[in-house]
Design a protein around this ligand. Structure first.
Ligand SMILES: CSC[C@H]1O[C@H](OP(=O)(O)O)[C@H](O)[C@@H]1O
Length: 347
């Protein structure tokens, strides 16, 4: 497929002495780039959702460590690793649920541990490799996932899993891009994804850039949409996939998956192998990020809830493996995920 036609947005741009991040808090109406000049600025940008999406925060954190290295004196990688310990810890703590963040930093730390006097160059090469591999994985998953979808199908997606959430092309949205390009997907629906509105602000905007028509629905309209017969697949991303196939993804995914099973709609989870966490046995062992209740109490800075009301704001949920028909990764496809099937591909 013609990737350049379908995929032009790049949320993370390394500039040699700074990291430029497309500020996703301001989209779709303003295009603002935030310049990060040290690792603390990158950690803050991840916490504040300037950059978001599981693969994207791993890539941004890797560049954050490169920035930290530029202001650190060390004779070799081992010494650098010791000096960069606090930066690594602050980047790692920026968000708890998406394992790509920890995966990318562990990979950077391993490179440091084995590097000599050229440790700064090695770090920079590794960050670039993490980004390049993510883009290649997304393109591969797009082909693998689209091949499972029968021509003429409708799909529902949740949150934003596109170029904005990755190095480019996207995970679930990559499958949708490929499926539309191949003529398999005839209808795309995106749920708005309260409270941060990744679906409403980012996904339908991204698809619009590609000339892909998408219909926005309220999160609560998912079951009703499925009942109409308009969609045959729920296609979503992931922030962490456990050894048994249980999957953490944006809050609301679990409700969509329950409705999908009830209506005979198939569920596809699309994520690179960097999202697979074989060290976590099952979903209940995943830390679910709780964000400020203020995100629920107002919309675009305008308070919508009476003063004095309390809110609870978990931003991910767990979809049990039993509700997932297929997990698509760049290494291959896991059908009806369970511990044995996961171990065959990731053990
Ligand atoms: C391509 S993974 C995207 C993943 O990240 C989202 O979360 P957030 O916007 O809070 O970073 C969501 O769970 C998506 O599925």
């Amino acid at each position: 497929m013609d990737f350049d036609r379908y995929d032009r947005i790049r949320p993370i741009r390394w500039q040699g002495d700074r990291l430029n991040l497309l500020d996703q808090r301001r989209l779709p109406f303003e295009t603002v780039v935030l310049e990060c000049r040290d690792s603390d600025a990158v950690a803050q940008a991840i916490r504040d959702l300037v950059v978001r999406g599981a693969p994207a925060i791993g890539i941004a954190a890797a560049w954050g460590l490169v920035l930290a290295g530029q202001s650190t004196e060390a004779a070799d990688g081992r010494e650098a690793l010791a000096r960069l310990g606090p930066d690594l810890a602050r980047l790692r703590a920026a968000r708890p649920t998406a394992v790509n963040l920890m995966w990318a930093l562990d990979r950077m730390a391993r490179v440091l541990a084995g590097a000599g006097a050229d440790w700064r160059e090695r770090l920079e090469r590794e960050a670039q490799a993490i980004a390049d591999e993510d883009l290649a994985a997304n393109r591969r998953m797009g082909a693998l996932g689209a091949a499972l979808i029968a021509p003429g199908s409708g799909v529902l997606t949740h949150c934003n899993t596109g170029s904005l959430a990755t190095a480019g092309f996207g995970t679930a949205l990559g499958v949708i891009r490929a499926g539309v390009a191949e003529g398999r997907i005839a209808r795309v629906f995106a749920s708005e994804t309260r409270p941060w509105l990744q679906g409403a602000r980012l996904t339908v905007w991204e698809l619009l850039q590609d000339g892909i028509a998408a219909t926005l629905i309220a999160d609560g309209a998912g079951a009703h949409l499925m009942n109409t017969g308009a969609v045959q697949w729920l296609v979503v991303g992931a922030d962490r996939i456990c050894a048994n196939g249980d999957t953490a993804n944006k809050i609301g995914t679990y409700a969509h998956a329950i409705a999908a099973r009830h209506h005979g709609v198939r569920v596809m989870v699309v994520a690179p192998s960097s999202t697979v966490d074989m060290a976590t046995a099952r979903g209940e062992d995943i830390e679910i990020e709780l964000r400020d209740q203020a995100e629920l109490l107002s919309v675009s800075g305008l308070r919508t809830v009476a003063e004095g009301v309390q809110a609870w704001n978990p931003v991910f949920d767990i979809t049990p493996a039993g509700l997932i028909d297929v997990i698509v990764t760049e290494r291959g496809v896991v059908e009806r995920p369970d511990p044995a099937a996961m171990a065959r591909l990731f053990g």
